[in-house]
Structure formats: structure tokens, C-alpha cells
Design a binder for this molecule. Structure first.
Ligand code: QUE
Length: 400
């Protein structure tokens, strides 16, 4: 920042100052972009709307993911905008709110299309996207001031990484949560190996392998959200939070509790997975993906048949990598989980199944991926899976 900018900034009234800082933050990040890869320059749009809004409102910070037409899918530019500001806010703010623009999504995932498109290139976006994304996930998981994610809409993959590790996650009747990566030849990353095995019982293994979607109050019941609030009142909740005077976490907690108490949707409904929890526990406790499938076959219920069908559509390699990842993650810190996931992703994003998954699900939308290997039996030895978990060359490791 130039001295003249600092001096000028000092004379502005508070609210104008906030807006001015937003502009400054944008200017600084767009300067940073000059050194970036050609993919980013090519993908720059003519539109001037920033892809992430970073607002300072007194001693509070508000991040808005601002790609509503792409369901706020997280791209590299957004990560580069958010990280330095979030880092600065850790020592200057009393709370941070993160939300999504538009009425459909908090964040539908990572911008996986561009990662698949460039996977074979020398300057593959995936080579730096995942590293920076996981560093951001770690900052959120270790954040020193209250971090409140308003997950009012679709919250999947990368969107889960921007919310679940934070102190407070507020779901609404519009929240749709999933870790659906086994369906596109990836695995539930962004710290999935940390939070999924900690959801209780084998629920996390079930969500990880099948990509099962949770809606509304179920997101709270599964332990992914900490609170619920009516979608129509999310704006009012945000206003209340922004008006709190130097809040302690307990003040935030009681504000969220009050809105939860006054919420009106599916209040008396049981957790939709409640009837299946014993089966989830029994079947998904198997010691391998094959054993889980054999447990489901033995179970023989209509529910079990449905799970077998779902699993048969997923990438066999992704299923085996995911099983191993969730087992290992149960005993690791968030940082260790993210380092492990970085080892896996560095290999898997260049593989056949990811490209094929993106083709089948997001490009051609035929939903008929031709996985290679095509069956679990063909993903032959544990050595093949262990290759994904092996250390990277020292300079490529993600160390916190
Ligand atoms: C599985 C996934 C993802 C997915 C669909 C799946 C995923 C992801 C997106 C996505 C959605 C909207 C976008 C976008 C990407 O879809 O991870 O760029 O605009 O990010 O079945 O894992």
C-alpha cells in the first residue's frame, strides 16, 4: 500500500473507509494475479464483479462467495483473495462471517472443471489450487476469532471445507450437504479425513463412500452444522451478529441459539438416517470396501440394495482410496489430514477417473462414467492404493 493511500484512508469516515478498503483489497489481489499462470489470465472475465466480496463492518469481517451463476464454486482467484484478508482479520476482528451470494448455494465445491481441463499441462491448476485450498481450510480450522459459516443452500466438497472446520455452522431448510467426490473420481478432501471419522459411528464412512446428501435439520443432526435458522431470517441473524458489541463466543452462541429456538422447519422430525444407523454401523464397519459391500449383500434389505447400487456407480479406485483415507484420518490432526490429502490429490487429479468423472457428470452429463479400472476386483493390490499415500518429493510436500 502506498503512503499516500494510507494517509488518504485515515481521513475517511468509518463506513466509507470500509468500502475503500474493499477496493484496496481487490486492487492488491489483482496486482498479485499478474504473475499467475496463463489459465487464469485466459479465464478472466470482462465482468468487473469480484468473485469474493471482503467487507469490513466495524470490528467484524464478512466474506461473500460471489459466483452465484456457478453456485459459488471456489476457484483459485477466490482463495487468493480470501486467504490474506482472513489472516489479517484474525488479529483485527472480533468475528468473521462467510456466506454465499444468490439464493441457491453457499458453495457447490471446487472449480473442478478447470482443474480437470489442465491436469495434463505443465502448469496444471491443480498443482497449486489444492495446496492453497488446504492451507485456507487449515486457517479456518485453527482460527482464533469466532468464524460463522451461513450455509444457506448447496454446500458440497470445497464448500464444506470453507465451513465445517469453523467454530459455528448455521444450516437452514435450504441446506444441501454432501461430499460427492467418489462420483467424479476424486475423494472427500478439504479435511474430510478429519471431520468425517469424527461424526460418530460409521456415519462419516457412509457419507464419504456413497456421497449421500443431507438436507436441512439433518445437517445439524449429523453434526455437520452447529445450529439451524430459518432461511428467511438469515439476513436478520447476520445483522444481529454484526451489531454485537465486542462479542465473546458465548454472545455469539446465545444469538445463534435464539434463532435456532425460533426456527420453524421440520422441528419435530427425527433424523432421516435414524432408522438406518444400526445398518450403517454394522455394514460400514467392514475392514475394506469389498467387505462393506458383502455386509450390505448379507443385510439384503431394500436400503442395503440401494447402497450397493450407489456404490457400484462410484469410481472403484476412489472408493478404495477413500476407505483408507477415512480410516487413517481418524487418528490424525487436521494438519496431518490435509498433508495426507495433498499427497493423494497430487496424484489422483492427474488420473483417468477424475477426467472421466468430470466428463460424465459436469460436461456431457450422461452420468455414465467409464472408470478404469472398472471394478473393485481390478484395483488389485493394496500397493496400488498405498502409492497415493506415499510421501511426495520434499519440495512438493504440504507442511504446516
Ligand atoms: C461431485 C463433485 C462435484 C460436483 C458434482 C459431483 C464438485 C464440484 C461441482 C461443481 C458444481 C458447480 C460448479 C462447479 C463445480 O460439482 O466437487 O464449477 O459450477 O465442485 O457429482 O465432487
Amino acid at each position: 500500500m502506498l503512503l499516500s493511500e494510507i494517509l488518504y484512508y485515515g481521513f475517511l469516515p468509518v463506513r466509507t473507509r470500509c468500502l475503500y478498503r474493499m477496493v484496496l483489497i481487490r486492487a492488491v489481489t489483482s496486482r498479485l494475479r499478474i504473475g499467475f499462470s496463463s489459465h487464469l489470465l485466459k479465464s478472466r472475465k470482462m465482468s468487473t464483479a469480484p468473485e469474493a466480496l471482503l467487507e469490513e463492518i466495524g470490528d467484524k469481517g464478512v466474506i461473500t462467495l460471489n459466483r452465484p451463476k456457478a453456485l459459488n464454486a471456489l476457484n483459485y482467484n477466490m482463495i487468493k483473495m480470501i486467504y490474506p484478508v482472513l489472516k489479517e482479520w484474525e488479529s483485527t476482528k472480533s468475528l468473521v462471517i462467510i456466506k454465499g451470494a444468490g439464493d441457491k448455494a453457499f458453495c457447490a465445491g471446487g472449480d473442478v472443471r478447470v482443474i480437470a481441463d489442465t491436469a495434463q499441462d505443465e502448469d496444471a491448476v491443480g498443482d497449486y489450487f489444492f495446496r492453497e485450498e488446504y492451507i485456507l481450510n487449515c486457517l479456518i480450522g485453527t482460527y482464533h476469532v469466532p468464524y460463522i459459516a451461513l450455509i444457506d443452500g448447496i454446500t458440497m466438497g470445497g464448500g464444506v471445507g470453507l465451513s465445517v472446520h469453523g467454530q459455528f455452522r448455521v444450516a437452514t431448510e435450504k441446506t444441501l450437504f454432501a461430499m460427492p467426490e467418489t462420483g467424479i473420481g476424486l475423494f472427500p478432501d478439504v479435511g474430510g479425513s478429519h471431520f468425517l471419522p469424527r461424526l460418530g459411528g460409521r456415519l462419516g464412512m457412509y457419507l464419504a463412500l456413497t456421497g449421500h446428501r443431507l438436507k436441512g435439520r439433518d445437517v445439524l443432526k449429523a453434526g455437520v452444522a452447529t445450529h439451524v435458522c430459518d432461511s428467511a431470517r438469515i439476513g436478520e441473524l447476520e445483522e444481529h451478529l454484526l451489531k454485537l458489541d465486542s462479542p465473546y463466543p458465548e454472545d455469539i452462541q446465545s444469538t445463534l441459539d435464539k434463532f435456532q429456538e425460533e426456527s420453524t422447519f421440520s422441528k419435530n422430525e427425527a433424523f432421516s438416517l435414524q432408522p438406518f444407523l444400526p445398518q450403517i454401523q454394522k455394514c460400514f464397519s467392514g475392514g475394506s470396501v469389498e467387505e462393506i459391500i458383502s455386509n450390505l449383500e448379507k443385510d439384503g434389505s431394500e436400503w442395503a440394495e440401494k447402497q450397493i447400487k450407489t456404490l457400484s456407480r462410484m469410481s472403484p479406485t476412489s472408493l478404495k482410496v477413500t476407505f483408507e483415507q477415512i480410516e487413517r484420518g481418524a487418528h490424525l490432526t487436521l494438519q496431518e489430514c490435509l498433508s495426507m490429502e495433498h499427497r493423494i490429490v497430487s496424484r489422483i487429479f492427474k488420473g483417468h477417473d477424475f477426467r472421466e468423472g468430470i466428463r460424465a457428470v459436469l460436461i456431457d452429463k450422461d452420468n455414465k462414467p467409464a472408470w478404469k479400472p472398472a471394478t473393485l476386483a481390478e484395483v488389485t493390490s493394496d500397493d496400488v492404493i498405498n502409492t497415493y499415500f506415499a510421501p511426495l518429493p520434499a519440495e512438493k510436500e504440504l507442511i504446516f
